[in-house]
Design a protein around this ligand. Structure first.
Ligand code: FE
Ligand code: FE
Ligand code: MG
Length: 166
């Protein structure tokens, strides 16, 4: 443990660790939702959607990496069991039972919008209290904003294409 590193945090560190573990649970569920979505998705523009979903999966995993590293720096224990993910998650998990592209995109857009809300709240909490965590959260949030836009523009292309065919 970095004692000095932990001591400069001007908020309840255990509370912060819990919030980071909640976000870590979200990231693992988001990772799997993208990863399995890329496997099962069907319909027009499938290849472009698979490429984006697969990339986003790896980016969600990198967010899990950043969060778990920060939790350990703060002398916390990153969530150890997948069963805990469902107890801690903010954003939940949408089962991709309908594999149609638009439905998969909608589910993941909803997930990104939830992530943006959660990380935006974490920025407010850490801004003054913990600049190190703030910086990490800011880099994750920046990528979630990008994710939402990537998926929305794919959905827009899909709608335009289907519109033209009528
Ligand atoms: Fe993420
Ligand atoms: Fe994301
Ligand atoms: Mg992308």
């Amino acid at each position: 443990m970095g004692q000095k590193g932990r001591s400069i945090v001007k908020m309840d560190v255990d509370k912060l660790i819990n919030l980071l573990n909640k976000a870590l649970s979200d990231e693992w569920l988001a990772y799997y939702q993208y990863w399995i979505g890329a496997k099962v998705v069907k319909g027009p523009m499938k290849d472009a959607v698979i490429a984006e979903l697969t990339l986003h999966a790896t980016e969600e995993l990198s967010h899990a990496e950043l969060l778990s590293t920060r939790i350990i720096q703060l002398d916390g224990i990153p969530v150890l069991s997948p069963q805990e993910w469902f107890k801690l998650t903010n954003c939940g998990y949408d089962i991709p039972s309908d594999p149609y592209v638009e439905e998969i995109l909608n589910q993941n857009i909803k997930g990104e919008q939830c992530a943006i809300k959660v990380y935006s709240g974490l920025l407010d909490i850490t801004r003054e209290a913990d600049p190190v965590t703030y910086n990490i959260i800011l880099s994750i949030l920046t990528q979630e904003v990008e994710h939402e836009e990537d998926l929305s523009s794919l959905k827009e292309d899909l709608e335009l294409m289907l519109e033209r065919r009528k």
